[in-house]
Ligand binder design. Structure first.
Ligand code: ATP
Ligand code: MG
Length: 391
């Protein structure tokens, strides 16, 4: 049976890169409804376990120390939850503009379940240190700090010996997230591939050493995204990724930006000094990025008639249509598509912000249903290790 798990860190309100590269994919998946799991005549009975679990991984974000004055994890978690729901993820308990609540989908907060931490420990005790040291993300961090020999290069980093153990354990926690639900499919970005391989390896090792099949190997699924969507670029420097950590707020579009904000940011986006419009991501990254944003929005705005007619917008097709347009005209067209696409999302963010109890209730319900699965896994994992049964 198919079960999807995917997580995102509580970084506050998501930006348009998060939306394009992760949340819109969740939203699309969450529209799938397992009819056979909920026969209408039994709709009052207990629900089957959800087959899609979306998790705000606040324990993961504790691996990076919080800046003084930054929003609290609670605020960041709630904002991320609002952003996820407003992006159209149809979680249990949430009737939104994208459609009615889907009981097959849950949204929850990682730390609301102690099973994540507990399973992390069981897995940690089966994980050779060398496997963690070989993780590229850890290795890069470690080496970059070792290479920094002068005080200035080291600014804000310091002695690699001070790197937090939690950061090294990060991939084990991620494995626990996935394995606690015996997820079969994990949609992740390319950068998380290696961590998921580790999760598969830990599952295999646990099964082998206990001679029980406690954990099915989770499959990595790279979401099928539109061109450019996996890596939208900064509006201020199109050679760099659009990112929450860029100090320039004008470098990223936020999903709760007002239409005026969106228009202003697009109008100021860095392009190039060439005439006309072409889609050449390597040579003209600024223009290519704008075309990717526009194609994404236009596709989401297609009507039923467009879909029936097989209309598909691509950055290339838009570049052909706009070949002789000036950059101002291009930007106007991009801003129009962006505002039309994001207006309902922006509106929904405001509605949810005004109703924090609803958001908390969705997360509570999600945690309860997720826990029912994780609890069963813990019983099996503990039994496989031969631990004393608990009451
Ligand atoms: P940072 O740049 O500081 O790492 P971030 O903005 O990339 O932060 P993450 O929390 O690392 O945010 O990413 C959350 C999800 O959003 C991931 O699935 C990631 O692939 C996706 N994502 C992040 N930035 C972009 C982007 N520019 N384009 C497309 N997808 C993105
Ligand atoms: Mg990132």
């Amino acid at each position: 049976e198919r079960r999807v798990f995917s997580g995102i860190q509580p970084t506050g309100m998501p930006h348009f890169g998060n939306f394009a590269g992760a949340l819109s994919n969740w939203a699309r998946l969450s529209a799938e409804y397992r009819h056979e799991a909920y026969p209408p005549q039994q709709s009052d009975g207990p629900l089957a376990h959800p087959s899609q679990l979306y998790c705000i991984v606040d324990l993961h974000s504790l691996t990076v120390p919080r800046r003084p004055g930054a929003p609290t994890p609670a605020e960041q978690t709630r904002d991320m939850a609002i952003g996820i729901l407003a992006s159209g993820v149809r979680a249990h308990g949430y009737d939104g503009p994208a459609g009615p609540s889907n009981p097959d989908v849950v949204l929850f907060c990682q730390s609301h379940l102690h099973e994540h931490s507990e399973l992390t420990w069981l897995l940690t005790c089966q994980t050779p240190m060398g496997m963690l040291r070989r993780m590229t993300q850890w290795k890069d961090k470690w080496q970059s700090m070792n290479k920094a020999t002068t005080e200035t290069e080291n600014l804000g980093q310091g002695d690699p010996e001070n790197l937090l153990a939690g950061l090294m354990m990060y991939p084990v926690l991620m494995a626990a997230d996935v394995l606690a639900y015996r997820a079969t499919e994990v949609p992740v970005g390319d950068d998380q591939r290696q961590h998921l391989e580790l999760a598969r390896e830990l599952a295999r090792m646990f099964n082998n050493s206990t001679k029980r099949t406690v954990f099915p190997p989770p499959r990595t699924v790279l979401p099928d995204l539109a061109p450019g969507a996996a890596r939208l670029m900064s509006l201020r420097d199109p050679t760099r990724k659009m990112s929450k950590s860029d100090p320039a707020a004008g470098s990223r579009l936020m999903i709760d930006d007002s239409p005026e904000d969106l228009r202003r940011k697009i109008a100021r986006a860095v392009t190039d000094s060439e005439m006309g419009v072409t889609y050449e991501p390597d040579r003209r990254p600024g223009i290519a990025n704008l075309l990717s944003i526009m194609a994404l929005c236009q596709n989401d705005l297609r009507t039923a008639a467009d879909l029936a007619a097989g209309v598909v917008h691509t950055p290339e097709s838009l570049a052909r249509d706009l070949a002789h347009a000036g950059h101002a005209v291009l930007k106007q067209a991009v801003a129009d598509a962006l505002c039309a696409r994001m207006a309902p999302v922006h509106e929904e963010v405001s509605r949810l912000r005004a109703d924090p109890d609803l958001v908390d209730e969705i997360l509570r319900m999600g945690a309860e249903r997720a826990r029912a699965i994780a609890r069963e896994t813990m019983v099996d994992a503990r039994a496989a290790l031969g631990m004393l049964e608990r009451w």
